[in-house]
Design a protein around this ligand. Sequence first.
Ligand SMILES: [Zn+2]
Ligand SMILES: [Zn+2]
Ligand SMILES: [Zn+2]
Length: 256
Amino acid sequence: MKITFLGTGSSSGTPVPTCSCHVCTSRSSKDRRYRPSLLVESNGKTLVIDAPQELRLQLVKHKVMKIDCMLITHCHADHVYGLDDVRIYCREKKLPVYADSDTVNELKKIFPYVFRRTQKSGGKPRLQLTRVDKPFSTAGFSVIPLPVFHGGKKIFGWRIGGVAYIPDTSRIPESTFRLLEDLDIFILDGLRKEPHPTHITLGDAVKIAERVGAGKTYFTHISHNLQHKKTDAELPKGMHLAFDGLVLKTEGVRIG
Ligand SMILES: [Zn+2]
Ligand SMILES: [Zn+2]
Ligand SMILES: [Zn+2]
């Protein structure tokens, strides 16, 4: 399985418009972050998690030629406002998109023209929205929804085989920790060091990662408060700050 970080930024992206902080003005490409999404490829099949505002740029940059299925974590702008861009990938057949029930309802409100029977084609994405709350298989991927709190709201992270992706969370329930056993790669919310009402701190994220004990842990959904090189150097062994374009491979067991 091959994992590509299409975007590792928080809801504002980095650089943040109008900001002149040392990260937003950094010359390092690792300090430039699109909004968060993940590309997963296995056995010739392609899965994308979330559709941020820069999805089109991400798909062009990484030469993604097809998408077999999508998973959506929740309906915040930084995870769904690029969803229209997938219409190129569903000309031949409907694209399966999986999410929790609230997210499906909200997507129908945000993109009413997509689901209204006013036209058969003509530039609309053809989405097969499916509500899920249990493990399922799609396009050869074994998928487990990972319920987590994001502020007062319960949303999903996703586990695909030995990889778990939880970009937005303020608390992980005990029942979800049981779904995080034997991970090769754990990708977790690493917004910033300071507290935030809807996200864990980077310190909390390190503690959670130590408890989960995955082969490797990568933090994502990174704000402009964290400079890549300095922050990455401070993290414990086996943990890293992700960056846009980072590619990881798993062989089904542990990565080296
Ligand atoms: Zn987010
Ligand atoms: Zn800044
Ligand atoms: Zn969010």
